[in-house]
Write a protein that binds this ligand. Structure first.
Ligand code: SF4
Length: 445
């Protein structure tokens, strides 16, 4: 396949409106950096183009490089951009490849003339196999075309221990941009694929064919030691899992005398049940823990199969507060919410002194059993609305306009509270609150 040795690896922008939280959380394109490392070893010249941080347009970069292959990844909300870039790349004669989280579940969305291959797993090696000229019928986790007809090869789970170390050249070149809130720069580290839990609303546990796969913790610590960055965002869907593994993590970080700050996801039930381990994690630099509180009442937690309850959520936040770990509580506003339910989240945040809160609108994920039960209520099919900020299905207790009103009132209250408390002083509060006010009756600001 090698017409020339340039491969352009693309992560499209998140959105083209200014209301996209760019400059607040910007994620290192870790997935592309793994592919980059693999392709470099293979003798290719890979280039990354990340729409979150690039000043040069995709079209200009494409014309400048004239790559033989363009690989594009993204999430559901980026589907339209992924297709647009694939069409542009195809018009320049490149072989086009699609991958990433969205393609794992919704590969058929990319079955069009502008796409040559769709990869449906985490493992980057099928990309290498295709580039080597291995017959596609013998490559796993790829969709390809024979005589214009799409063939779907079986997706297989990847063993995360086979990943190469990522090539972080691009991250270091843009270290003024990749951040998690005030932590700038923040490098991403992945220690596991998928999640061992099965919360009903969540798509993350379906990734990697639903198989939880973890790296050896000594290898993780070794990688962290080598990253030239003081802030490490561990992007596992649930890092706080496996007491022994975490004890080992603490021990090795201490032995290697590593001094960094860490961000990770963790479940409230694990946090509440392990106060001493959380204290140790705090002592080695645990700074933010993102906790899925999801709901302010037990009934909804039960419906979500969260396997935790409100009292546990409260205990977890109290513990994190007492240890001086920043808790980022994540909530879902359900489509059956009444006005009182929106207020109950606000009251929960205040009552439990939760300093950091993020609120998503309930969004049935594409290509799951869950979305089938919402099929008749969907009010949009535009993938860019699958960003957890849009209402995608008809709420049961009020109109869509009324729903946006209550949702944005809640956001405005949370933003004003954060402003008063002096957190996130790097963001333009006036702009975001102005956008939320504009969005009070419909989304679009
Ligand atoms: S919500 Fe969190 S704990 Fe539940 S399945 Fe998803 S990633 Fe796992």
């Amino acid at each position: 396949m090698k017409k020339n040795d340039k491969v352009l690896l693309v992560h499209p922008e998140i959105s083209r409106t200014k209301y996209n939280f760019a400059g607040i959380i910007d994620n290192e394109p870790l997935e592309l950096e793994y592919i980059c490392a693999m392709l470099r070893d293979e003798g290719y010249r890979p280039y990354i183009w990340d729409g979150q941080v690039e000043k040069v347009s995709f079209a200009a970069r494409l014309r400048e490089l004239r790559p033989s292959v363009v690989y594009i990844c993204g999430r559901t909300r980026q589907e339209n951009f992924m297709k647009e870039y694939a069409a542009e790349a195809k018009s320049c004669g490149a072989v086009t490849m699609i991958g990433g989280l969205h393609a794992q579940r919704c590969y058929s969305h990319f079955f069009n003339d502008c796409t040559d291959y769709v990869f449906t797993g985490f493992d980057p090696s099928p990309i290498r196999e295709i580039l080597r000229g291995t017959p596609p019928e013998s490559v796993s986790s790829v969709c390809w075309k024979r005589d214009g007809k799409w063939i779907v090869n079986k997706a297989v789970p990847d063993d995360i221990r086979d990943l190469p170390r990522p090539d972080r050249t691009y991250f270091y070149q843009h270290s003024d941009r990749y951040r998690y809130l005030e932590l700038l720069p923040a490098a991403h580290v992945r220690t596991a694929y998928s999640c061992p839990y099965r919360c009903s609303f969540c798509i993350r546990n379906r990734m990697n064919c639903g198989v939880y796969s973890v790296r050896d913790i000594a290898d993780v610590v070794d990688e962290i030691a080598q990253i030239e960055c003081d802030n490490i965002y561990i992007i596992d869907d649930d890092f706080l899992f496996g007491e022994e593994r975490l004890e080992q993590f603490v021990k090795l970080i201490r032995v290697r005398n590593i001094h960094k700050r860490y961000v990770c996801y963790g479940r409230a039930d694990f946090i509440a049940a392990h106060p001493e381990l959380m204290r140790k994690l705090r002592s080695i630099g645990l700074y933010y823990v993102l906790v899925g509180i999801e709901a302010a009442d037990d009934r909804r937690l039960e419906v979500y199969s969260k396997r935790s309850d409100d009292a546990t959520n409260v205990r977890a936040i109290r513990l994190l507060n007492s240890l001086g770990i920043n808790a980022m509580g994540m909530f879902i506003t359900d489509l059956d919410f009444t006005a009182a339910d929106f207020r109950s989240i606000w009251k929960w945040v205040k009552r439990n002194d939760l300093r950091h809160a993020a609120v998503s609108i309930f969004t049935p994920e594409m290509n799951t059993e869950l979305i089938n039960s919402y099929r008749g209520r969907l009010i949009t099919h535009d993938p860019s609305h699958w960003d957890y900020l849009h209402v995608v299905a008809q709420p049961s207790e009020m109109s869509v306009r009324r729903y946006y009103f209550h949702y944005h009132v809640l956001l405005i209250r949370l933003f004003l509270r954060a402003w008063r408390q002096g957190i996130y002083d790097f963001i333009d509060y006036r702009f975001f609150i102005g956008s939320m006010v504009k969005n009070l009756f419909r989304f679009g600001g």
